[in-house]
Design a protein around this ligand. Structure first.
Ligand code: ATP
Ligand code: MG
Length: 418
């Protein structure tokens, strides 16, 4: 987006009329440079006619080092050779007469083309973050709880940039689980499919005190219908260009948005609990993931409420589901309390056995192998049955993270082709 600097609203008004919607207008150099410290994707700075020539030259000169990819466009009530010479020396790209508004538009178009060309050639191939989807065909098994705690674990104390997207679009509770009160949500991205960039998505996100960024679900369930698969895809691609890990909490269903997200998924965490109906549905879901080719070799089974007293152990689960248990999280009052307090266990009690279990999962996803903590305490008088996970190919963060998987060919299921 361009940014216009002019302290005189009357002088700024005709320019605003021809600038693209969403253009930021500021009234001082200080505000301009403050704004630019948060945004690196502004492609033009328009210096309005009410600025004095020396002030405009100082700003243009400073822009050379602050944001060299942005063109400075100087608008003057009258243009003479003296202004042109001084502007050229200060690094102004174009000087336009205030009365020639079509020329202002044309200058902006040239600025945008230059910016796009500079970005295309100067930047290294974009590093793409990994999409980690937490999925279960059953509700209430702990998907949201695991999403937020895993998201925090993946941050590794600020080493990684992580966001959580609430794709449980009708009944998402990520925000409430983190005690956040978002002003924007995915709903506000509707219609922005074709022109979405990170600056736009960033405005819709809510930061958590931990540093985790949250893209909340709509506040009203009916908005779900208007979130298209194309929008989900575009959102994820945009987030991947900025975050190291994009964690997706999902609805307990194979709806269009979930299918689209699964199609973009690098690692899929399947959450199961030790009850027969859930295991039956997880089995069916795994078969569906097989058919769709979702995250093959990168699926991880998370057994929540993994308490042996209920008569089914991890070994039985592995037999039923035909895959190893990656991590177990025991039933814990502390987890339920943490949800009610709006402060994830990973923050309030990082050395809790459940936090350690999720940290071990996060380590595995990041490519660090750690010894899995004993999540389920041995029962008195019984021989503990330890899970015997199938070997899971270790994720290779370096290569996949730097490879644009959109170029990998037609391996992935595309809902749009159905
Ligand atoms: N291991 C656990 N021990 C105790 N309570 C847990 C555990 N895991 C989750 N819970 C609690 O269970 C409740 C449901 O968890 P959560 O909201 O994460 O499930 P969900 O799968 O996201 O549900 P939904 O499908 O409705 O979105 C929460 O109150 C949470 O605190
Ligand atoms: Mg949930």
């Amino acid at each position: 987006m361009p940014i216009l600097l002019d302290a005189d609203p009357a002088k700024a008004a005709p320019l605003v009329a021809v600038l693209p919607a969403g253009t930021q207008v500021v009234d001082s150099a200080d505000r301009l440079f403050t704004w630019l410290t948060h945004r690196s994707d502004e492609y033009a700075v328009v210096l309005g006619p009410s600025l004095s020539v020396p002030e405009a030259m100082t700003i243009a000169d400073r822009m050379r080092t602050v944001l060299p990819t942005a063109s400075v466009i100087l608008v003057r009530d009258s243009v003479d050779t003296d202004v042109l010479t001084r502007a050229m020396h200060a690094g102004v790209r174009e000087v336009v007469s205030a009365g020639d508004l079509p020329q202002v538009t044309a200058s902006l178009q040239r600025a945008h083309a230059l910016w796009a060309a500079l970005r295309g050639t100067a930047s290294a191939p974009a590093k793409l973050g990994r999409v980690i989807t937490i999925f279960s065909p059953k509700g209430g098994v702990g998907k949201t709880t695991m999403s937020v705690n895993l998201g925090i674990a993946l941050m590794r104390g600020g080493e990684n940039r992580v966001c959580v997207v609430d794709l449980d679009l009708a009944f998402g509770d990520i925000a409430i689980t983190l005690q956040l009160f978002p002003t924007h949500s995915i709903e506000h991205a509707i219609g922005g499919e074709s022109s979405m960039d990170y600056a736009f998505v960033e405005e819709l996100m809510t930061p958590h005190e931990s540093g985790l960024m949250v893209l909340a679900a709509p506040s009203q369930p009916d908005a779900r219908e208007r979130v298209s698969g194309a929008l989900v895809t575009r959102l994820l691609h945009t987030l991947q260009s900025h975050f190291d890990y994009v964690v997706l909490d999902t609805a307990p269903a194979f709806d269009e948005q979930t299918l689209t997200a699964l199609d973009e998924t690098d690692d899929c965490i399947i959450v199961a609990t030790l009850d027969v109906p859930t295991l039956k549905n997880v089995k069916v879901a795994l078969e569906t993931l097989d058919v769709l080719g979702v995250a093959e070799g990168h699926r991880h089974l998370l057994l929540n409420r993994a308490d042996e007293q209920v008569g089914i152990g991890a070994d039985k689960v592995e037999g039923i589901l035909g895959m190893g248990v990656t991590v177990q999280v025991a039933t814990s009052l502390d987890i339920a309390k943490a949800t009610n307090a709006g402060r994830p266990l990973m923050l309030s009690s990082p050395s809790h056995p459940s936090s350690k279990a999720l940290k071990s999962l996060a380590d595995k996803l990041m490519g660090y192998e750690t010894a899995p903590p004993a999540a389920v305490p041995p029962q008195k008088g019984r021989t503990p049955r330890l899970p015997r996970p199938e070997p899971i190919p270790a994720p290779q963060p370096a290569t996949p993270a730097t490879t644009d998987k959109r170029d990998e060919g037609p391996k992935r299921f595309r809902i749009s082709r159905r």
